[in-house]
Design a protein around this ligand. Structure first.
Ligand SMILES: Cc1cc2nc3c(=O)[nH]c(=O)nc-3n(C[C@H](O)[C@H](O)[C@H](O)COP(=O)(O)O)c2cc1C
Length: 264
C-alpha cells in the first residue's frame, strides 16, 4: 500500500534519473552498496539467474576490457548465471537439459529487472549510475580478470557514485508514449510517425549538445561523412551504430559458445 506522497517520491526519482558520467570524490560505503544490491535482487525473477561482481578498482575494470569513467568510485558487472542453478539442480539430482537460447532469454530478463531496481534504489539514496554495454564482447577478459566460470556471462557493466553537480546531466528525451505503447494492437508506424519519433529525439539531443559536447560520433568506414555535429543527432547515431559497428570482429554467438553455452 502506498500513499500519494510515496508515489510522488517514486515517480520523481524515476523521472529525474539520468546517466551520470562525472562523480564526486566521495566514497560509497559498503553499507550503502549492499543496500543498493539487495534492492536490486528484490526484483521479480524467473529463476534468480543473475549475479553481480563489484570492485572499486578502475585498473581491474581496465584489465577486464571496460574503460570506466575516470571519476567513478564503484564499478559492477552483471551476469546471467547458470553455474549456480546447475549446482542447485545437482543437489536435487536433476540434470540440466534446458534450451540454452531460452535460458539466456530468461537470464536477460532476470538481470535487466535487477539492474533497473538497483538503479532506482541508488538514485533514491542520492547516487547516480551509468551502464557499459560492451561487456558481453569483453567476456574473455572479464572472465580472466574476475575468475568467472563458464556458464556465467556478462550482460552489462555499471559505475555508481555520487554525481558531480558540475556535469550537465539533463533529462534525455524519449519517444512520445503513443509511439511506443499501444492498446490492443501494434502500431505499424507510418512515415509521419517515424518522423515524429525522430523529431523529439533529434531536437532534444541536439538542443542538449549531447554529441557535440565530447565530439562523439560513430565513424563511417565505407562512406563519406557529410554530417556535421550541428546535424549529428540521436537518430543518426543509432542508425550508424546498427548499420555497421558490430558486424566485424568476434561475434557474440562464438563468445557465448566459448563460455559454455550450447547454441546452434
Ligand atoms: C544496455 C545499455 C548500455 C549502455 N552503454 C553505455 C556505455 O557504454 N557508455 C555510456 O556512456 N552510456 C551507456 N549507456 C547509457 C545510455 O547512453 C543512456 O542511458 C541513454 O543515452 C539515455 O540517457 P539517460 O540514461 O541519461 O536517460 C548504456 C545504456 C544501456 C541501457
Amino acid at each position: 500500500m502506498t500513499d500519494s506522497s510515496t508515489a510522488d517520491i517514486v515517480f520523481r526519482v524515476i523521472h529525474n534519473r539520468r546517466s551520470v558520467r562525472k562523480y564526486l570524490d566521495k566514497e560509497v560505503s559498503n553499507e550503502i552498496l549492499f543496500k543498493i544490491l539487495e534492492a536490486g535482487f528484490r526484483a521479480p525473477f524467473a529463476a534468480q539467474l543473475c549475479s553481480a561482481i563489484y570492485t572499486r578498482s578502475r585498473e581491474k575494470m581496465k584489465e577486464a576490457g571496460i574503460s570506466v569513467y575516470s571519476t567513478a568510485p564503484v564499478h559492477l558487472i552483471f551476469f546471467i548465471d547458470f553455474c549456480r542453478l546447475e549446482k542447485i539442480m545437482t543437489h536435487r539430482s536433476h540434470e540440466y537439459g534446458y534450451d540454452d537460447m531460452m535460458a539466456i532469454w530468461l537470464g536477460m530478463q532476470d538481470v535487466s529487472l535487477m539492474i533497473e531496481n538497483l538503479t532506482i534504489a541508488a538514485e533514491s539514496l542520492g547516487l547516480g549510475s551509468v551502464l557499459y554495454g560492451l561487456a558481453p564482447l569483453k567476456a574473455d577478459s572479464i572472465a580472466k580478470t574476475f575468475k568467472v566460470p563458464k556458464r556465467v556471462f556478462p550482460v552489462v557493466g555499471m559505475s555508481i557514485g555520487y554525481p558531480d553537480p558540475s556535469e550537465n546531466t539533463e533529462i534525455r528525451p524519449r519517444f512520445p508514449l503513443e509511439m511506443a505503447a499501444f492498446e490492443d494492437e501494434y502500431r505499424n508506424h507510418t512515415d509521419e510517425d517515424v518522423k515524429a519519433c525522430m523529431k523529439v529525439m533529434d531536437e532534444g539531443y541536439i538542443a542538449q549538445g549531447y554529441y557535440i559536447k565530447d565530439r562523439t560520433k560513430v565513424e563511417l568506414v565505407d562512406k563519406e561523412d557529410t554530417i556535421g555535429f550541428d546535424k549529428y543527432s540521436w537518430s543518426e547515431h543509432i542508425s550508424r551504430k546498427f548499420r555497421s559497428a558490430f558486424r566485424s570482429g568476434d561475434p557474440l554467438l562464438d563468445i557465448l559458445r566459448r563460455h559454455g553455452f550450447d547454441l546452434k
